[in-house]
Write a protein that binds this ligand. Structure first.
Ligand SMILES: [Zn+2]
Length: 263
């Protein structure tokens, strides 16, 4: 498809062949997480997850894209503890009815959060989990993101839950600090094009989260994506790659801590 477009717009077939694999063919996919089969984050990747503690039930803010009702009484409150001393709240809506039912969604989310680097997990405050089937969303100022139980199941089935959690965690932990920063906007402008159509459509809102997933995998697991995809991503966003190299390589993925997980 991309090759045909290039052939139509290129003057010489030689030129067309040369630029087929270049940034001219960007964006690579409709979106980062569900429109390709890349295993950006593998089930076998190291996780800092240590344990989950049930803290009881209380009233909590449970934003839901289907409703304006913000507060939910008797929310199931869990805390996930990690080996680097970080902890993250996991709040499951009262409609889960039982702690056991809530855990079916809470546990995989807590494990996926364990694959984030320490500096992101430290900023992530909590995860809101609803029953039902809607796509996830993240909130930059409040440092949280929202998941839905049926969508969690689908994402697990398609090996996409860790990727979803990473994408939403970028919204929850990096957007407010970096997405409007001069350094990021300069890199975005210098690169010119976007890694996915979703990022291109919503550059202020989605570009950082979309780009970060590709960058994370290429920086931490070089060779995991195909050589072709890596080369094209580097052509599309060399300046953004440099931004993420600085950010992700500034410290160890899992930082040493004197605080031991409280479990
Ligand atoms: Zn997003």
């Amino acid at each position: 498809m991309k090759k045909i477009v290039m052939l139509l717009t290129g003057c010489l077939s030689l030129v067309a062949t040369t630029i087929t694999s270049a940034a001219g063919a960007a964006p690579l996919y409709p979106n980062s997480v569900v429109s390709n089969d890349h295993e950006f984050i593998a089930t076998s990747d190291e996780s800092a997850f240590a344990c989950l503690v049930f803290e009881g039930r209380r009233t909590a803010e449970m934003p839901d894209k289907r409703s304006d009702q913000l507060m939910a009484k008797k929310t199931f409150i869990f805390t996930a503890h990690y080996t680097d001393g970080t902890s993250v709240g996991l709040w499951a809506h009262p409609k889960f009815k039982t702690e056991a039912k809530a855990l079916e969604s809470v546990a995989p989310a807590a494990e996926a959060v364990g694959k984030l680097p320490t500096f992101m997990r430290r900023t992530l405050d909590h995860v809101v989990i609803h029953r039902g089937d809607e796509t996830a969303f993240g909130e930059g100022e409040g440092h949280f993101f929202v998941l839905y139980s049926e969508n969690i199941k689908t994402r697990i089935r398609n090996h996409d839950l860790e990727e979803t959690v990473f994408h939403e965690s970028v919204h929850a932990t990096l957007d407010s600090k970096y997405a409007g920063s001069k350094t990021w906007l300069k890199a975005q402008k210098a690169d010119g094009d976007y890694i996915t159509k979703y990022a291109k459509r919503l550059p202020k809102k989605e570009d950082m989260a979309e780009s970060a997933l590709f960058a994370w995998t290429m920086i931490m697991h070089p060779g995991r994506l195909s050589a072709d995809v890596e080369a094209r991503a580097r052509e599309i966003m060399p300046n953004r790659m440099a931004f993420f190299e600085e950010l992700f390589l500034a410290r160890p993925v899992f930082e040493e801590t004197s605080r031991k997980p409280a479990c």
